[in-house]
Design a protein around this ligand. Structure first.
Ligand SMILES: C[S@@+](CC[C@H](N)C(=O)[O-])C[C@H]1O[C@@H](n2cnc3c(N)ncnc32)[C@H](O)[C@@H]1O
Length: 279
C-alpha cells in the first residue's frame, strides 16, 4: 500500500472549510519543517525515539501508552514520525497524520530508514478522514493538540477511539501559557494573562490552544473520556533540551512547563453533548 493511501471512511463527510489557525499554522510548518528538524535534532535523535516532551523522557520509563503491540495506533501531528516508526517496528499497527506535506516528506524518509511501511494521512487533526472507532490508541507528543482547537480535536479523537481506547498527549502547561512573554519568548515568575480567558493563544505567525484544567476535564467528560493521569513534567537534574533557553529551563525546574495527559474512552457510556460547550 502506498504510504499516502488509507482505507476511505465508510460515511464520507462533506469537506470542511479550513479554519484561520489551520492556515496560519500550516504555512508555518511548511516553511519551518527543515529548520525545526535541524534545530532540535540533538533532542529528537537522542536515545530511544519514543521519548516524551522537551526532555525526551523515555516511554519505557513513563509507560504512558501501556501495551501497544498489535494495537491500532494513530499519531496526530506525527511530523517526521519517529514515534510511529518505532511503534511500527515494535509491533503496533500505526497510522501517521500530519497536515504538512513537508513534514510527511520527512516521515517518509524516516520510514525508509527504519524499514517500515504504514499509512500516512495528510489532513488536519480537527477533521480526520478516517472511520469512527478505528483506533485503540490516539496520541501525540507536542503534536497537533498544541495547534488545534480542543473543542474540535477532542470530539474527533473520541469519535476515532474504540470503547476503552486511550488518548495520550503532551503539550504546554497552562502555567507556561500564562507566564510567557509571547512577543519575546521569555518566561517569568508572574502571571501575565487571565486564566479564565485561556483558549486561543496567538504568537504572531503561530496559533496555539490552551484551556484551564477544569475545562479540559469537562471537555473530556462530555465526550466520554475519563482522565487517568496528568503528568506535570519536572525535568530530571541531568536533563537537557534544544527547545528552551537556559533561563526557561531554570523556570521549568520551578513550575511545570509541559504536561502529559492520559485519558481513557469509556467502554460503555455514549458521549454527551452540552448546549454551550465552552461553559
Ligand atoms: C512540534 S511537531 C511534533 C511532531 C513530533 N512529535 C516531533 O517532535 O517532531 C508538531 C507537528 O504537528 C503538526 N500539526 C500542527 N497542526 C496540525 C493539524 N491541525 N493537523 C495535523 N497536524 C498538525 C505539524 O505539522 C508538526 O509536524
Amino acid at each position: 500500500m502506498s504510504p499516502r493511501t488509507t482505507r476511505p471512511a465508510k460515511i464520507p463527510r462533506p469537506p470542511r472549510r479550513t479554519s484561520s489557525h489551520e492556515r496560519t499554522n500550516r504555512t508555518l510548518w511548511e516553511r519551518d519543517a527543515r529548520a525545526y528538524e535541524r534545530r532540535n535534532a540533538e533532542t529528537l535523535e537522542r536515545g530511544d525515539p519514543m521519548g516524551w516532551g522537551m526532555w525526551h523522557l523515555p516511554e519505557r520509563k513513563l509507560r504512558i501508552l501501556g501495551d501497544f503491540r498489535g494495537k491500532d495506533v494513530l499519531e496526530l501531528g506525527c511530523g517526521a514520525a519517529r514515534w510511529s516508526v518505532a511503534l511500527a517496528q515494535r509491533g503496533a499497527h500505526v497510522v501517521g497524520l500530519d497536515f504538512s506535506a513537508a513534514r510527511l516528506e520527512q516521515a517518509r524518509a524516516e520510514m525508509r530508514a527504519g524499514k517500515v511501511d504504514f499509512p500516512l494521512v495528510e489532513a488536519s487533526a480537527e477533521s480526520v478522514p478516517l472511520p469512527s472507532a478505528r483506533f485503540d490508541i490516539v496520541f501525540c507528543d507536542w503534536g497537533a493538540v498544541t495547534f488545534t482547537d480542543p473543542y474540535r480535536t477532542v470530539p474527533e479523537v473520541a469519535r476515532l477511539l474504540r470503547p476503552g481506547g486511550l488518548f495520550a498527549f503532551s503539550n504546554s502547561s497552562p502555567f507556561r501559557t500564562l507566564c510567557e512573554d509571547r512577543k519575546r519568548d521569555r518566561l517569568g515568575p508572574r502571571l501575565r494573562y487571565d486564566y479564565f480567558d485561556l483558549h486561543r493563544v496567538e504568537y504572531g505567525d503561530e496559533v496555539n490552544f490552551q484551556l484551564p484544567y477544569g475545562r479540559w476535564i469537562r471537555l473530556f467528560r462530555d465526550h466520554s473520556l475519563e482522565v487517568e493521569d496528568l503528568l506535570e513534567v519536572q525535568p530530571p537534574a541531568n536533563a537537557r533540551t534544544t527547545y528552551l533557553s537556559a533561563a526557561s529551563q531554570a523556570w521549568a525546574r520551578r513550575w511545570p512547563i509541559e504536561v502529559i495527559w492520559r485519558v481513557r474512552k469509556s467502554s460503555s457510556t455514549p458521549g454527551r453533548t452540552r448546549a454551550n460547550p465552552r461553559v
